[in-house]
Design a binder for this molecule. Sequence first.
Ligand SMILES: Cc1ncc(COP(=O)(O)O)c(C=O)c1O
Length: 222
Amino acid sequence: MKLNAAAEMEPISWPEFANIHPLAPQDQAQGWHELIEQLEGWLAEITGYAAVSVQPNAGSQGELAGLLAIRRYQVDRGETQRKTILIPSSAHGTNAASAVLADLKVVVVATASDGLIDHEDLKAKIESVGDELAGIMVTYPSTHGVYDTDISMVCEAIHDAGGQVYVDGANLNALMGLARPGKFGGDVSHLNLHKTFCIPHGGGGPGVGPWPWPSTWCPTCR
Ligand SMILES: Cc1ncc(COP(=O)(O)O)c(C=O)c1O
């Protein structure tokens, strides 16, 4: 779901961007701070969340950060038993890997033949997990490229059962300007800007896996 043209990546080789020392004093990196704050603000607006951190270096790092935040939020509310996360079988492999790293148990939700989440199976899994439900990791649009038209209902069903909704926003490029995860039911997301804005992919490179979260988690955020 991406096309990164070499011409679009060229600006990262400009010395003004590329040659800043990682330990440069704050007062010599003011332009960088301005760029970062502006980007965080724009991403919050695009996604419908209250605030964004661009600290994670890849989508998968954003996933881990988001899941740990969900866990801390629930532990803080005394819901320490919420240690099971639902993940549709169509999900990218990093979802389950991040969940295991966050010390969560993964329960897979079936995907119907048309690529949508199997709603009967979702209902059954929510019931069987009961009050151990930490939440769901749902990719929108999915890795199959399918827009689950019932996404708001999926989020609502998880919230009704006391869980949190992690919207994997890796495919934001197919969503931008059309829908906002923070508005249709997501509690936290990561974005894969290597797909949205043609930046280098994370992992071994200078990637960004921004991580937006909602105002309910942070009442002082704008
Ligand atoms: C749907 C989805 N989630 C998560 C990831 C993981 O992102 P990253 O490779 O930046 O860790 C990807 C990778 O492109 C993805 O397509």
